[in-house]
Write a protein that binds this ligand. Sequence first.
Ligand SMILES: [Zn+2]
Length: 158
Amino acid sequence: MMSIFIDGWETNLKFSAAHFIPEHSKCRRLHGHDYAIDVKIYGELRNGMVADFVQIKKELRTMLEEIDHKLILPVDGEGIKFEKIGNNYSIRYETFEMSIPGEFVYLCDVRHSSSEELARFLTGVLRKKVDLGDNLRKIELSVYEGPGQKATWEEEIG
Ligand SMILES: [Zn+2]
């Protein structure tokens, strides 16, 4: 089978965002990362191609711009409670409490804003946005929390 690979560091599929993970010794504290994503798509050739690099990169960039420079807030976060009061999100976890403007928040349908869960979530977003041809078989999407460490979600398609 053939595959295409898009390297997020090289092709500017990057974003910066803040997050926190309750119950984790260090990550419970609000902090940020420079993220990048890699995508590998497997499939059969169609007109000499697996998929259109240009279209996929464009959709990925749009997707990442929505997260860039925001706080990633899990919708179904374990141990996290939040409510929107006016334009602000009031967020509580453990003994902590903060209020942050809604425009700074990216609501993400995960339990934890770990790279692993973000990789799975972003694969779902990509699949909704891009009309992937029926010649495709598998997607692997990796989320780097800084250079050198990444989590990868693999999903069979078609
Ligand atoms: Zn972190």
